[in-house]
Ligand binder design. Structure first.
Ligand SMILES: [Zn+2]
Length: 493
């Protein structure tokens, strides 16, 4: 079965097929770099990451563009308050965002596009809208989109916009009105504000024109997928469609993928409730990046996800189970031969991942499939019925799973250490748990292997003092040794 994806525009689940050749052209709205991204933002970015990974696993090439909104009202206000330039202000938060995304194993899109580097293209886009008679300039030098001139306005959000007010304008990029109003394409500078000089005059772009301009520049007038958080459907994405289709008279994005919001401990996330977590907050409390990624991908993207601290601990345990299983396969000695029952466990898991992910990216089903395999194969290994030739099949299923979820490779220690080092430099509070987890990053895998080898030869020589000393030293640095009948294996805490 090929991939089926829900399309907000049609309101239906549709079979996915790229428009041209084998490359998927997709765009997603990136961060506004005026503050730290929170884990609600990262649920969206991880869902989009999983989409792009699944497209690749399915054999497609990718051309994926994400914008960085590095100019907007909040950025202009905040940078002015600090008395620094817009660029200086946003550079810090862009860097933090990119670091956070990398820590969560979110792949970097093929193209990152900054708004401030596309001012001329945006001005040109607006100029063409004015020439078509669907945008107009106001006395102060700002430009607005005349939504009454775009009869399909509202087709994405399905809002009843019967009361379109001709000429009624709204300045804010993020309005929450049922009533449709003309929105700003370009804002003339107020005294003392940062602005850019362009062919349509001085000012700065509205948020919506940014995404229309940059997506079409890199992906063409019509492309495969436009993705973002569900909060962007109206007005942001509705306005993108109006601008782009108003200009080209061609369909803009063929499919719209929207990721549902998350709850925190069953509450809406908000600054006033004090449950506004960033990745760094959670890591400094002693949670691993892999647990956070795994929890954020646990529920299919169109369902509400309830983010809880219990859920984080459960995610950590689940990852342990997967990593321990992989370690067992790689370090145990199995008798020659093949057990078809075990090979079948791997085949069933792979088929479960395929059918789950192809059904509108049902990550919960893909996870259930792999955990069933781990449970059954562990039971078979306990009964000593697993054979040597079964191992590549089981590893193959794990590999397929991890091509999407990306939690098996243990890089938590070094990532936690990087955040702990940052927190020290910033004078932030660090929990003892986070400090403990950061310790295991002090040793490389090769250094650990060397100590483990010394430990083993000391044991063989019955030099138990030396072997115990090494074991204690490793434990002190966050590495656990396990003696098995097939020798010693190690893992990070
Ligand atoms: Zn956007």
């Amino acid at each position: 079965m090929p991939l089926h994806l829900y399309n907000t525009l049609s309101g239906k689940i549709e079979e996915f097929q790229p428009l041209t050749d084998n490359t998927v052209r997709m765009y997603n709205c990136g961060p506004t770099v005026y503050d730290f991204a929170h884990i609600g933002n990262f649920r969206t970015f991880i869902a989009i990451d999983i989409l792009r990974r699944w497209l690749r696993v399915s054999g497609y090439g990718l051309k994926h563009v994400m914008n960085i909104t590095d100019v907007d009202d909040r950025i202009i206000a905040n940078s002015a308050k600090l008395g620094i330039g817009v660029q200086e202000y946003t550079a810090k938060f862009e860097k933090l965002f990119m670091e956070d995304a990398a820590i969560l194993n979110i792949e970097r899109p093929e193209q990152i596009a900054r708004a401030t580097e596309h001012m001329d293209e945006m001005a040109d886009f607006i100029d063409r809208l004015v020439k078509q008679g669907i945008a107009y300039k106001t006395e102060d030098g700002s430009y607005y989109f005349a939504i009454a001139k775009f009869p399909e306005y509202g087709k994405l959000s399905k809002k009843d916009l019967a009361q379109i007010k001709d000429g009624a304008r709204v300045d804010s990029d993020r309005f929450d009105k049922e009533e449709a109003r003309d929105f700003a394409l370009w804002k003339a500078p107020k005294p003392g504000e940062a602005f850019w000089e362009t062919k349509i005059g001085p000012g700065r772009p509205g948020w919506h024109i940014e995404c229309s301009t940059m997506s079409m520049k890199y992906l063409g007038d019509t492309f495969d997928i436009h993705a973002g958080g569900e909060d962007l459907i109206f007005p942001h994405h509705e306005n993108e469609i109006a601008q782009s289709e108003g200009l080209t008279h061609k369909p803009f994005a063929k499919r719209w993928v929207h990721v549902r919001f998350l709850l925190i401990e069953s509450d809406k996330m908000s600054k006033s409730l004090g449950n506004f977590h960033t990745l760094r907050d959670l890591v400094l409390l002693g949670h691993k990046p892999s647990s956070i990624r795994f929890l954020l991908s646990s529920v299919p993207y169109r369902k509400q996800l309830n983010f809880t601290f219990d859920g984080l601990i459960q995610a950590a345990n689940e990852i342990d189970r997967l990593r321990n299983f992989k370690l067992r396969l790689e370090t145990s000695r199995f008798p020659e031969g093949q057990n078809d029952d075990v090979v079948r466990m791997a085949d069933i898991a792979m088929a479960g991942i395929d059918s789950g992910m192809n059904e509108d990216l049902n990550t919960a089903q893909a996870r259930a499939a792999i955990f069933d395999m781990v449970r059954d194969a562990n039971a078979a290994a306990d009964m000593e019925t697993v054979r040597k030739n079964d191992i590549p099949h089981l590893l193959e299923a794990l590999k397929k799973f991890d091509a999407i979820f990306d939690v098996l490779n243990d890089t938590d220690g070094e990532k936690i250490k990087s955040i702990v080092d940052w927190a020290k430099a910033e004078g932030k509070e660090i929990s003892p748990e986070a400090l403990e987890l950061a310790k295991s990053a002090a040793l490389t895998d090769a250094q650990i292997e060397e100590l483990v080898a010394k430990h083993s030869s000391a044991r063989k020589a019955k030099d138990f003092k030396t072997s115990d000393d090494i074991r204690n030293q490793l434990a002190e640095q966050g590495v656990i040794l396990e003696n098995t009948k097939d020798g010693v294996r190690w893992k990070r805490k």
